[in-house]
Design a binder for this molecule. Sequence first.
Ligand code: ADP
Ligand code: ZN
Length: 612
Amino acid sequence: MTSPENPETFETPETLDVLRRVFGYDAFRDGQREIIEHVVGGGDALVLMPTGGGKSLCYQIPALVRKGTGVVVSPLIALMQDQVDALRTLGVQAGFLNSTQDLDERRVVEAQFVAGELDLLYLAPERLRLPATVDLLDRANVSLFAIDEAHCVSQWGHDFRPDYLMLSGLHERWPNVPRIALTATATEATRAEIASRLQLDDARHFVASFDRPNIQYRIEPKTDAKRQLLRLLQTEHKGDAGIVYCLSRNSVEKHAAFLTENGIEALPYHAGLDAQTRAANQSRFLREDGLVIVATIAFGMGIDKPDVRFVAHLDLPKSVEGYYQETGRAGRDGLPSTAWLAYGLQDVVNLRKMIDGGEGDPAFRRRQAAHLDSMLALCETVECRRVQLLNYFGQSAGPCGNCDTCLTPPESWDATVPAQKVLSVIVRLDRERRQKFGAGHIIDILLGKKSAKVIQFDHDSLKPFGVGTELRESEWRGVVRQLLAQGLIAVESNHGTLLQTDASSDVLRGERKVMMRREPERPATKAAKERKAPVELPAEAMPLFERLRAWRAATAKDQGVPAYVIFHDATLREIATAVPTTLTELGRINGVGENKLAKYGTQVLETLSTPD
Ligand code: ADP
Ligand code: ZN
């Protein structure tokens, strides 16, 4: 075997051959070849790649090339069956062991494993706690350990799993088996923690570009979230599969029902549903074409459905890391997709309140506040969203041309005077601190509205009453939201009353200028019009594509697997455009490997040649 110190000498045609023969892909993506050859050569690796970047091949190909079975530790028990089915369709011998199986099923897989009949074995992390599992691993020939979703070992991350701490023992027990840890969550701090907890001292770090150029990033102010969402789905994503994220279970149910009433089939998913309903909804989302799932963040880790065309957020995510991971679930197939977020004043108030009044020590709360500040900075930026996102992960880039701020540049404007007006109301209300005076009340005062509350507290006699008629109510809400985002207003954690901060006195004294983002008119529609669709299917290929999709749906149903396990949309598009007439021609299409050609080739050719 070649030494891990010098993986470059291990350049084999073998890895490329496996990529083409088994997976049917022409070429490696950025970074894959180096990682694969390093692991094939016996080296340890820590791989950081964005969601959809192509991490699975990085351990699957070495497992196929090296002698023995690749053991994949993954927390995604509910998805193991699908992963194994997908591999089997490719002709790869794969199995899994987790708590969903009964003893007999497990025995069969264990026997195959020990007999050396498996290329890959997926293992739930909690199984490593059992001495029997350690025994089992000792009896078989393990070619590598892949630790998927490796950020689960990080206690600061949002997905910590205590069982992942067991993984530090792998190295001591099997020092000669290479380990590859993979994650899409990748700040410097998380990465260091993963390396130290998994004892990956000698591992080479592979950090791929975090850019996902096919995803169009858009963030717009929330006016009427439901209607905004509906407009997005009806005008740009008719018939597409997508994920809608909401913060609360209640909001999930409400929005799923709303979409369904409006003719868009949507399924709810949250931790309050029983396990069976959750599994059924997830499985339908994966298997059927064009379903929308409305979910809390409990949904999505490990979902490798390639044709998710949009990810919509109806509430502000708590961190850029979480947001990027969630939006990354769109467009794994590389086709144009949308990441859309609507956020408003109330989101900022709620999250600030939650952090200040929440549990945890002050250091924990400070970290949460810092996460939120980065998220807010992303929302309020007048620069390219992608530049800002990539900077967050320590990568640099130029303006992308495929985000809302690039497509419809917002202006920034000097909002010092309106900011002073808001603050002067807040200063005066501060004397009545025991009351809840939220943004709405402050804006009423500025606009000179004699609301019941204004009259009750005699606030029409305040000096700033009616001084703000130059802006509309929605514009004032934007001003208050941006003041909160910039830390020039704070939220009192019990009542949600808005308060001054240390920095606000500089503004009031005229010593600090306040710049704000002015929202372009109707940002979504404009951006949508200008949106290029580089891989749109030519009109004449459309009927063929639809016919292929119908064939795929029927075949997938027959075999009880998700449609994309048969072929991806991207592959069907290529077939519909190229219209191959022989198996050899079909085999040249990206995504058609040997096994799939043998299994489905004739049916595909027949489907193509059968007139409607
Ligand atoms: P990750 O685990 O990093 O989120 P996956 O491993 O699921 O991503 O890969 C994302 C998608 O890209 C999958 O559908 C996979 O089949 C596809 N893919 C991966 N590598 C290649 C490649 N070299 N060429 C074409 N498609 C690829
Ligand atoms: Zn951009």
